[in-house]
Ligand binder design. Structure first.
Ligand code: AMP
Length: 284
């Protein structure tokens, strides 16, 4: 496995792989790798011949006052995980490599970035789409892998790739969860044992949404009210949003009559946690 810090060396190594006719995968991450990331990397290793993982805590997707400084950066452990999974190249750029000294070009996806995390984290998705556009341009992968865990992000990236005619496929992998349903996240490290137990209510509320739809209840107001009720069982949980949206347009809907994204964001102690599921009325 190679580790590259510069764009020039990534380009050179990927060019060599391409000249061997190898199919190139990219798994963009911010590091602090866990079984959710590993699932993406394993899928990439299975599908492709040359797997690139980027580890970059992208400052432009953090808002002022967020956890940019304290975000975990266990690089040695991350590299060991990549090696074990069979990754070919890990790209660990500095902020200067990625943005130079005066970045003036930004990629913005409209509409889809307005609700949910877009509303609560102004500028977040602009940072995500810009860094992904840069990574796609540097690595030029055939396939890029993302997690359903960040459902809105996956939808936004897919739209950027389609709208800008970027020559790659986006594969979205299922959310990896703890046995109690809590979505695995680098930010779960911020939780105490009790807070982790409380956080299991997030998935419970999402499951409840799915069950209500299965029982024929499609009124989103009633479903959201019950999801909020479940979350309120833990006073430590501060709800940021509980939303049920059209899974394609991310517009609010009154009734679950198509594929929907049920999404939750909460704060528990030091952590901001998000999770979501796709619910299809046709699944009944
Ligand atoms: P991050 O390092 O948090 O930026 O995540 C990098 C990629 O891993 C993103 O595409 C995430 O959606 C994905 N990811 C994070 N957690 C999980 C999880 N629990 N299951 C599946 N994918 C995940």
């Amino acid at each position: 496995m190679e580790v590259a810090k510069t764009i020039a060396s990534v380009r050179e190594l990927v060019k060599a792989a391409r000249s061997r006719d190898q199919k190139i995968a990219l798994v963009p991450t911010m590091g602090a790798l866990h079984i959710g990331h590993i699932a993406l990397m394993e899928r990439a290793v299975k599908d492709c011949d040359y797997v690139v993982v980027s580890i970059f805590v992208n400052p432009t997707q953090f808002c002022p006052g967020e956890d940019l400084e304290k975000y975990p950066r266990p690089l040695d452990a991350d590299l060991e995980i990549c090696e074990q999974v069979g990754v070919d190249l890990v790209f660990t750029p500095t902020t200067e490599q990625m943005y130079g000294t005066a970045n003036l070009t930004w990629v913005t996806v409209e509409k889809l970035t307005e609700p949910l995390c877009g509303r609560l984290r102004p500028g977040h998705f602009r940072g995500v789409t810009t860094v992904c556009a840069k990574l796609f341009s540097i690595v030029q992968p055939d396939i890029a892998y993302f997690g359903q865990k960040d459902g809105q992000q996956a939808i936004v990236i897919k739209k950027m790739v389609a709208d800008l005619n970027m020559p790659l496929h986006v594969v979205v992998c299922p959310t990896v969860r703890e046995p109690d349903g809590l979505a695995v996240s680098s930010r779960n490290q911020y939780l105490t044992e009790q807070q982790k137990k409380d956080a299991a209510l997030i998935y419970k509320s999402l499951q409840n949404c799915k069950e209500m739809v299965e029982d024929g209840i499609t009124d989103t107001k009633s479903i959201i009210a019950q999801m909020r009720e479940i979350l309120s069982q833990a006073p430590a949980i501060k709800i940021e949003y509980v939303s049920i949206l059209d899974a394609e347009t991310l517009q609010e809907i009154g009734s679950v009559d198509r594929l929907v994204l049920a999404a939750v964001a909460v704060r528990i102690g030091q952590a901001r946690l998000i999770d979501n599921i796709l619910v299809d009325v046709g699944e009944q």
